[in-house]
Design a protein around this ligand. Structure first.
Ligand code: AMP
Ligand code: MG
Length: 407
């Protein structure tokens, strides 16, 4: 049995980074960008109206008010995407919609609410005076051409994809998605929706894995629930080792009579780096490498599988794509935490913010078979092995589950 720290450093030495590929913008979501994104033009690209209103010469309407409207000659319309090439002379105005180019000769926009409104009437009364540049979005006021907007290595979220679209990037150079095989093992496993016979349970782990792989940025290429039978395992695994970057299993790596997963990995030429880690839950944890594949065998208990994925597999997927490591944050316990003497202890927990401090408490359901402990959790709380107990008021490290919120 090796320590969590040793196990992490062994994995670190084996992780390989994936190449990049060019994909259409709408397929880049959630990936890591492999190029710096610069502004291809200033933004705004042209002086345009921030309001639906009238383009005017501000000097023409000095002193205008409800009591003292000033009449201007309405010479046309500039709308978004359909500019007007007319030039405003003294005493003239033009209907000008939000996003439309400001016509030459005008220096301000009057909101339509302060006029007699849009119509084909050649005369428009203006009921307010405005400063030059009012309601005009100036060319380049936000960004200059060539400004660096997004750095290589950034995770693409709605903000990044919106910016790439804004500046006309139709395709992006992004990390490839790791191709992943997930499989569960166990004669007892039945698909949800089917009837259970005595001694059987529903397979839940693969549903959890499948969602987690997607959330981490990977792509499930192969998945199956296999009986505890060497030849089934061999045929699935030999295919997975050929076509996938990462193979993740649940179950069948412990000391049980029918726990064949480790044997089959080894029979197929996988090099084993460790298979027991001083942690709870999930002491049996297999890590091996194939020709071009990382293999992680997690134990089958649903909490061990889920927490094991988050602690071991999630960072691997992230790093293969070039994202930063997951960062733990410090929180203050509001209840005791069951520290172990020689094992790193993980539990699902709930974190929240109170008076500017991050507080947390572990789930009271501590069994590795109790998946309901994940239901109201928004973090995984972890404590190094120690003889010293952790009580309310002590600080501890937590990993927030990235898809949950902290209130
Ligand atoms: P194992 O690691 O194969 O010894 O399994 C440990 C425990 O986890 C047993 O109680 C299994 O029935 C259960 N288990 C294994 N695989 C799954 C799965 N895919 N979904 C839910 N429970 C599972
Ligand atoms: Mg089993």
């Amino acid at each position: 049995m090796i320590s969590v720290k040793e196990a992490k450093s062994i994995i670190q030495g084996k992780i390989f980074k994936l190449d990049s590929e060019v994909v259409p913008l709408d397929r880049s979501m959630g990936r890591i960008i492999f190029e710096d994104i610069v502004a291809t033009f200033p933004s705004p690209r042209f002086n345009n109206s921030a309001m639906d209103g009238f383009a005017v010469r501000s000097s023409d309407i000095i002193g205008a008010s409800n009591q003292n409207p000033i009449t201007l000659k309405n010479i046309g319309i500039s709308s978004a995407g359909v500019p007007s090439d007319l030039i405003l002379n003294e005493g003239e105005c033009m209907q000008c919609m939000t996003g439309a180019i400001i016509p030459s000769g005008s220096d301000a926009i009057v909101m339509v609410e302060h006029t007699t409104g849009f119509s084909d009437d050649p005369n428009v009364e203006i009921m307010i005076e405005v400063q030059p540049e009012s309601h005009i979005r100036k060319r380049g006021e936000e960004i200059q051409k060539g400004d660096k907007l997004i750095s290589k290595g950034t995770h693409i979220t709605p903000s990044e994809i919106g910016i790439c679209a804004t500046f006309g990037y139709g395709e992006l150079n992004v990390s490839k998605k790791p191709k992943i095989a997930i499989f569960g093992t166990g004669n007892e496993l039945v698909a949800p929706g089917e009837n259970l016979k005595e001694g059987e349970i529903y397979n839940s782990n693969l549903y959890v894995f499948s969602d987690l792989v997607g959330k981490a940025g990977g792509e499930v290429l192969m998945q199956d629930v296999l009986k505890d039978n060497k030849s089934y395992l061999e045929s699935f695994l030999s295919e997975a080792l050929k076509s996938c970057d990462v193979v993740i299993s649940s179950g069948g790596v412990s000391m049980g009579r029918f726990d064949y997963v480790r044997d089959v990995f080894i029979d197929l030429g996988v090099e084993e780096h460790f298979w027991k880690v001083a942690q709870k839950p999930g002491r049996p944890l297999f890590f091996g490498t194939g020709n071009k594949t990382l293999i992680i065998g997690l134990p089958g208990n649903p909490v061990s599988s889920y927490i094991g994925f988050m602690i071991w597999v999630w960072p691997i997927i992230n790093e293969m794509m070039g994202t930063d490591k997951v960062k733990s944050i410090e929180a203050e316990l509001t209840e005791p935490f069951p520290v172990e003497n020689i094992k790193y202890r993980y539990l699902f927990g709930k974190a929240w913010i109170e008076n500017g401090k991050v507080l947390c408490k572990p789930s009271r359901k501590i069994g590795s078979h109790m998946l309901t402990s994940s239901l109201n959790a928004n973090c995984i709380i972890g404590a190094e092995p120690s003889d010293i107990k952790l009580s309310s008021g002590d600080s501890i490290l937590i990993n927030l589950l990235p898809w949950k919120i902290i209130e």
